[in-house]
Design a binder for this molecule. Structure first.
Ligand code: BTN
Length: 273
């Protein structure tokens, strides 16, 4: 099932071999790199050349890891899970892949560790400090990017980065970030985390494919309850806007009430204020 798994380090090879039956077609092919620029870039190049749905690009370190909105994603060796999967969703559900991925990565981390990650729109995965709902340190991030092959077959590359060791993030974001090992106070097997995330992603992707998008939106809502009722700020049309986050729509848009009426935020990010 995993033709090149012998090249994978043991923790990944063992978990994928043990759990792979739970997530077809994801990771039927695994491209492993001890170091790469960005797994998303590599997966996009493979997708462009017609690689199968489910191909997984996995790296121990990234030298040009990318985050959302043009940011850098620090990816030092062995400190995180750096993974990108090629998907080929139907056009009508493509906009929901990013929400589905947020739910799946949170669920996968929970299954692997017992931690209960929360979501911030659209798909930041973070942990709340106990007793302080709305506080949050980022644990994982997701970067979904789309394109199409020269013959018109569209694809989505879904990249996710999970902080496993505190060394995963630079000191200047230490107040806003956390890692699995810092939270749990013990060593974490990256293979188990990856396998549980792939299993959850496979399930949520199947939900999208069979018309059960509402289960994803409702799972997203229940992991994002501390967002609703909060003051948020976002940038659009060259200026910043403020309002109170109310809900997400079935389309994935965030609904915000402002002094000027109800607004729908469909791209970018919101900041909690
Ligand atoms: C974010 O800004 O929150 C998204 C971060 C996404 C990082 C992952 S790590 C694997 C994949 N490759 C990249 O270059 N980025 C994503």
């Amino acid at each position: 099932m995993f033709p090149n798994q012998q090249a994978l380090p043991g923790e990944f090879a063992q978990a994928l071999a043990r759990e792979g039956h739970r997530f077809p077609p994801l990771a039927a092919f695994v491209f492993w790199y001890p170091e790469i620029g960005s797994t998303n870039d590599r997966a996009a190049a493979l997708a462009d050349r017609g690689a199968d749905e489910g191909c997984l690009v996995l790296a121990d370190a990234q030298t040009a890891g990318r985050g959302r909105l043009g940011r850098t994603w620090a990816s030092p060796p062995g400190a995180g899970v750096y993974a990108s999967v090629i998907l080929r969703p139907a056009a009508d559900v493509t906009p929901l892949v990013t929400l589905a991925a947020g739910v799946a990565i949170a669920e996968g981390i929970e299954a692997a560790t017992g931690l209960a990650p929360r979501l911030k729109w659209p798909n930041d995965v973070f942990l709340e400090s106990s007793g302080r709902p709305g506080s949050g340190r980022k644990l994982a991030g997701i970067l979904a990017e789309g394109g199409s092959t020269p013959d018109g077959r569209s694809w989505v590359v879904l990249g996710f980065g999970i902080n496993v060791l505190p060394a995963a993030y630079p000191p200047d974001v230490a107040a806003r970030a956390t890692s699995l090992e810092a939270e749990l106070g013990r060593a974490v097997d990256r293979g188990v985390v990856l396998a549980e995330c792939l299993a959850a992603l496979s399930k949520r992707y199947r939900d999208l494919g069979v018309g059960r998008a509402e289960t994803i939106v409702s799972a997203w809502r229940s992991r994002a309850s501390s967002t609703f009722g909060r003051r948020v700020e976002w940038d659009a049309d060259g200026r910043s806007h403020r309002g109170i986050a109310r809900d997400i729509e079935p389309s994935g848009a965030l609904v915000v009430s402002t002094d000027a009426g109800v607004r729908r935020v469909i791209s970018g990010e919101v900041r909690w204020i």
